[in-house]
Design a protein around this ligand. Structure first.
Ligand code: P6P
Length: 326
């Protein structure tokens, strides 16, 4: 059995990066404990607060955000953090090397029904030289990430991590150690499983309507095979399924609010998940461009997301290139 820290050192990971990842895992272990306690810890239900996204915050959104924020900012290597639950970046040691963005508890609408949720994180280097600590430092494209991952709080707590040398998974043992359980994760190139919130069909652009309709048409339709559908309403659980057995997950742009490019956030959902997927041999697109090439303009920027098995992602992009209509 190989511990997370020895795996990272064996793979010649930068010592400072190892330290920040380990510190982050201390926070995630505490979040996992809070989740396990659930109602017993009095942390279920909603708070009276709303976040910058305009979403009512679950008590555990706030609890997990505070745990992760404090642990990171107590470390000299972390210059600042940006969170889904914070309006603005929160600054730490001005000489810190790293900036960390995170969604402390993605899928939190599932907490009260005891369905899997997760912490998503992305680590980038602070640009040099930078005197003042300013938001613009965070606005780097996803290809600049030096590490990204998530901890899925499911039947077991699993860390999926990339430092740019593939994707590996570690399971949280009762000892409190993250133990290597999947090495060099590779996504199947083809799939018969798609994940989308079908209730939004009438709001999608025609190309997405055509793409999904053709999946649903199955063996009798143009794709000439049957597909299965999943929707957990927890991106971390969906991406974990894609990494584990393939598939395509998409939350595309829709016309409910045409000014928003999508529902999911680029800096702490789209970018970290896209790096994981690409590192595992999959594709991650806005339906037109690679998500990792999108140049962020603000911290809470949203993005249209389609990611998973590379051949299926290429097919989805072809529907959009050709502007396929029903
Ligand atoms: P909907 C959770 O709120 C989230 O950000 C993702 O984890 C998830 O994939 C999506 O939103 C679910 O959205 O509209 O189906 O509730």
């Amino acid at each position: 059995m190989q511990l997370l820290s020895s795996f990272l050192k064996h793979n010649k990971t930068d010592d400072d990066l190892v330290e920040v990842i380990e510190v982050l895992m201390i926070a995630c272990k505490e979040v996992a404990l809070q989740l396990r306690e659930g109602a017993l810890a009095g942390v279920l239900g909603t708070s009276t607060l709303t976040n910058v996204q305009g979403e009512t915050q679950k008590k555990l959104d706030i609890v997990s955000n505070d745990i992760i924020k404090k642990v990171l900012l107590d470390n000299r290597l972390v210059r600042g953090v940006a969170s889904e639950e914070e309006d603005e970046p929160v600054w730490g040691d001005r000489d810190g090397r790293f900036l960390v963005t995170f969604d402390p508890l993605d899928g939190s609408s599932n907490i009260d029904i005891n369905v899997s949720v997760g912490t998503i994180f992305s680590i980038i280097e602070a640009p040099k030289p930078w005197a003042k600590q300013e938001t613009e430092e965070f606005l780097q494209s996803g290809r600049k990430q030096i590490a990204a991952g998530y901890v899925l709080y499911g039947p077991s707590a699993v860390l999926a991590l990339t430092t740019g040398k593939g994707v590996n998974m570690f399971t949280l043992a009762h000892t409190g150690d993250f133990i290597l359980t999947e090495e060099n994760v590779t996504i199947p190139k083809e799939t018969s499983e798609f994940a989308i919130n079908m209730s939004n069909r009438r709001f999608w652009e025609p190309a997405m309507q055509s793409y999904i309709d053709d999946l649903i048409a199955g063996a009798e339709g143009p794709r000439e095979k049957n597909y299965n559908m999943r929707w957990v309403a927890s991106m971390v659980a969906e991406v974990h399924r894609v990494l584990t057995r393939g598939g395509i997950f998409t939350y595309p742009w829709d016309n409910r609010d045409p000014s928003k490019p999508g529902k999911l956030r680029l800096m702490y959902e789209g970018n970290p998940m896209s790096l994981l997927i690409e590192q595992a041999g999959g594709g991650a697109t806005t339906c037109y461009d690679d998500i990792l090439d999108v140049q962020p303009e603000h911290i809470h920027q949203r993005v249209s997301v389609a990611l998973g098995s590379i051949k299926e992602v290429e097919t989805l992009k072809a529907y959009h290139r050709e502007g396929k209509k029903n």
